[in-house]
Ligand binder design. Structure first.
Ligand SMILES: NC(=O)c1ccc[n+]([C@@H]2O[C@H](COP(=O)([O-])OP(=O)(O)OC[C@H]3O[C@@H](n4cnc5c(N)ncnc54)[C@H](O)[C@@H]3O)[C@@H](O)[C@H]2O)c1
Length: 269
C-alpha cells in the first residue's frame, strides 16, 4: 500500500473529483478526512466512502472560502486525529460570464473558494505538519484554465493561474519542513460542475474528435495523478503542475474544443 495509515484531508470530498480522489487514496491505505461545505454533503461523502470500503473515515464541515471556518475545521481535525499527512485542496466553484458582465460578488466568491481556500487550508495543515515534524504532502487541484486562458471564465482562470503560482511558492516555503506541494491540472472531466457540457452532444462530439485520448479520461485519471504526487514515488517532485488532460493542451490549447459551445457566455454553469 502506497500511503498506508496516512491521514488525508480532501476538501470538496462529496463532489465528482473529490469523491474519486478520496476513494483512490483510501484504496491505497489512507484514512480520509472528508471536508465539505455543509453537514449534508459531509454525511453524503462519508456514507459513500464507507460503502466503498474506506475505513476510519472522518467528516468535518468546512467552508474553505472562510479563514475562520477553515481554522475551526482544522482545530476539530486536530482533536479527532491528532495528525495529518496529506492535504488535497480540491473544493472549487465557477462562474461563466464575459468579464464585463461578471459581478464583483461573483468574482469574490470564485477567488475566495478556488484561491484563498487552498491558502487557508494549507496554512492550517502546514502548521500541523510542521509541528508534528513528520513532513507531509499537499496537492492543489488547479485546471487547464490555470495554464491557458478560457473565455468567459475570468475569475476561474485568474484563481487557477493564481493557484499554480501559489503551488510554486508553497513548494519553496514548506520544503524546510519536508512538506512537498504540487498541483494537478485536469482537463474536462464529467462531474456535477461540468454536467451541462455533456448534455450538449455537439460539444461532446467536438471533444472526442479534438482531444487525443479524450474518451479514456475521467475522474479516476485525476485521482491517479493525485495518488502519485502524494506518494513516496514522487519524493523528488515538488512545485509542479501536472496536466491530466489527454494531451489537449499539448496539441492546440482550448482552441481545439468546439468553440461555439465551449466559449458560449450563455452558459450558466
Ligand atoms: N470537472 C472538471 O472537468 C474539472 C476540470 C478542471 C478542474 N476541476 C477542478 O476540480 C475541483 C473539483 O471539481 P468537480 O468537478 O469535482 O466539482 P463538483 O462541483 O462536483 O465538486 C465541488 C465540491 O466542492 C465543494 N465546495 C464548493 N464550495 C466550497 C466551499 N466554499 N467550501 C468547501 N467545499 C466547497 C462542493 O460542495 C463540492 O462537493 C475544482 O477545484 C474544479 O475547479 C474540475
Amino acid at each position: 500500500m502506497l500511503i498506508k495509515d496516512k491521514i488525508a484531508v480532501v476538501t470538496g470530498a462529496s463532489g465528482g473529483l473529490g469523491m474519486a480522489i478520496s476513494k483512490t487514496l483510501a484504496e491505497h491505505g489512507a484514512r480520509i478526512v472528508a471536508m465539505d461545505l455543509n453537514a449534508e454533503k459531509v454525511a453524503q461523502a462519508c456514507a459513500e466512502l464507507e460503502k466503498a470500503g474506506a475505513k476510519g473515515v472522518v467528516g468535518i464541515v468546512a467552508d474553505v472560502s472562510s479563514a475562520a471556518s477553515v481554522a475551526d475545521a482544522f482545530a476539530a481535525l486536530k482533536a479527532k486525529t491528532g495528525k495529518l499527512d496529506i492535504l488535497v485542496n480540491n473544493a472549487g466553484v465557477r462562474e461563466i460570464k464575459n468579464a464585463l458582465d461578471l459581478e464583483p460578488a461573483e468574482w469574490d466568491r470564485v477567488i475566495a473558494t478556488n484561491l484563498s481556500g487552498p491558502f487557508y487550508c494549507t496554512r492550517e495543515a502546514g502548521r500541523m505538519m510542521r509541528d508534528a515534524g513528520a513532513g507531509g504532502t499537499i496537492v492543489n487541484i488547479a485546471s487547464v484554465a490555470g495554464l491557458t486562458a478560457i473565455s468567459h471564465r475570468p475569475a476561474y482562470s485568474a484563481a487557477k493561474h493564481g493557484l499554480v503560482g501559489l503551488t510554486k511558492n508553497l513548494a519553496r516555503d514548506l520544503a524546510p519542513f519536508s512538506i512537498r506541494v504540487n498541483a494537478v491540472a485536469p482537463g474536462l472531466v464529467r462531474t456535477p460542475l461540468t454536467e451541462s457540457y455533456f448534455q450538449d452532444e455537439g460539444f461532446y462530439q467536438g471533444l472526442r474528435e479534438n482531444v487525443p485520448f479524450y474518451s479514456r479520461g475521467g475522474g479516476q485519471d485525476v485521482a491517479n495523478a493525485v495518488l502519485y504526487l502524494v506518494s513516496p514515488l514522487a519524493d523528488f517532485v515538488n512545485g509542479i503542475t501536472l496536466p491530466v488532460d489527454g494531451g489537449w493542451l499539448a496539441e492546440k490549447g482550448y482552441a481545439s474544443a468546439n468553440a461555439t459551445n465551449f466559449y458560449s457566455a450563455d452558459r450558466s454553469t
